[in-house]
Design a protein around this ligand. Structure first.
Ligand SMILES: Cc1cc2nc3c(=O)[nH]c(=O)nc-3n(C[C@H](O)[C@H](O)[C@H](O)COP(=O)(O)OP(=O)(O)OC[C@H]3O[C@@H](n4cnc5c(N)ncnc54)[C@H](O)[C@@H]3O)c2cc1C
Length: 277
């Protein structure tokens, strides 16, 4: 199918994009890497009157370390972050997750912020942002608001972003000494969206475990340092709380099994990484 007709405008700055969003509101959509949006348009699941292309904005492509976090601008691609020198030290969780995100051709065009804005419950970057207690920078006109990831994702492909707001950047807190990270995913084929993905962070205080692909958005739990059957029980409770549904791909029971199994593996990986430092 082909998309319905739309106007196309290129915006080279956050200011220009916000001005257009203010003028056109719900009739306009930001075009970042186009890797999800073009499929949505082709299937006519959305018929915006205007696309605001930010993909060539240099000012929005910055990736920079600030006060304890890495800020990734709206037009920075997934590949640019993936191949950043020092990523393994700064954000080991992302380094573990990137190979699971589709194929490199998609990561070359797809943006980090586009994935977060799209909010697919099976996507890896929203899962990592939530696991790391990251946040998003939303901009309307000249005003910015900062929202933690757990308040940003509100459901299946839905977020707290208003139609006239630009997701200007996302902030990933940098790894701290004493933290260990683990990531596990099951998908039908390499590069497919996750049937279930688990991110785990261990430190001296405890565990933080996030699960994607099961509920309508990524979900997270925090526990003290659990082991053995106590960890199994906690993961089992989490698996049931995610309210998995049967679908043509996999049964709800199998998804719960994956949460328990991948959860144990991701936690073991995080503990091992923490202990080896
Ligand atoms: C074959 C294929 C396989 C894929 N597999 C995976 C996978 O395994 N895991 C995974 O996580 N992803 C996967 N993806 C999705 C890919 O990561 C996309 O690039 C990403 O989800 C969207 O990023 P984008 O820059 O392409 O956004 P676009 O497609 O341009 O935009 C997506 C949505 O977000 C909005 N948007 C984008 N940027 C902003 C912004 N700055 N402010 C406000 N709104 C914005 C758009 O208006 C649109 O509604 C796959 C895609 C394809 C085509």
């Amino acid at each position: 199918m082909k998309p319905a007709a739309f106007d196309y405008v290129r915006a080279d700055s956050a200011e220009a994009a916000c001005e257009l969003l203010a003028r056109h509101g719900e009739q306009a959509r930001i075009l970042a890497g186009g890797q999800s949006l073009m499929a949505v348009l082709n299937m006519r699941l959305a018929q915006p009157e205007m696309l605001i292309d930010i993909s060539r904005s240099v000012s929005l492509a910055r990736i920079e370390i600030r006060d304890g976090y890495l800020q990734v601008g709206a037009s920075a691609t997934q590949a640019e972050l993936e191949w950043r020198e020092g990523l393994a030290r700064e954000l080991p969780l992302l380094q573990l997750a990137f190979p699971h995100i589709s194929h490199f051709q998609i990561r070359n065009r797809g943006t980090v912020c586009g994935s977060i804005a799209h909010a697919d419950p099976s996507a890896e970057l929203p899962l990592c942002l939530l696991a790391l207690k990251g946040s998003v920078v939303l901009r309307r006109g000249t005003r910015q608001r900062l929202l933690p990831a757990d308040q940003f994702f509100t459901g299946m492909l839905s977020t707290a972003r208003a139609p006239d707001e630009l997701l200007e950047a996302v902030r990933f807190p940098l790894a701290r000494p004493g933290q260990g990270f683990g990531f596990r995913e099951f998908s039908r084929r390499h590069g497919d969206f996750a049937v279930c993905a688990v991110a785990a962070i261990a430190d001296a205080q405890g565990l933080r475990v996030a699960v994607g692909g099961v509920a309508d958005r990524p979900m997270v739990r925090e526990w003290p340092l659990l082991e053995g059957s106590a960890l199994d029980d906690a993961l089992n409770e989490f698996a049931w709380a995610l309210d998995a549904r049967d679908d043509p791909q996999i049964s709800a029971a199998s998804r719960r099994h994956l949460v328990r199994r991948l959860g144990r593996q991701a936690v073991a990986e995080a503990l091992q990484a923490r202990n080896s430092k």
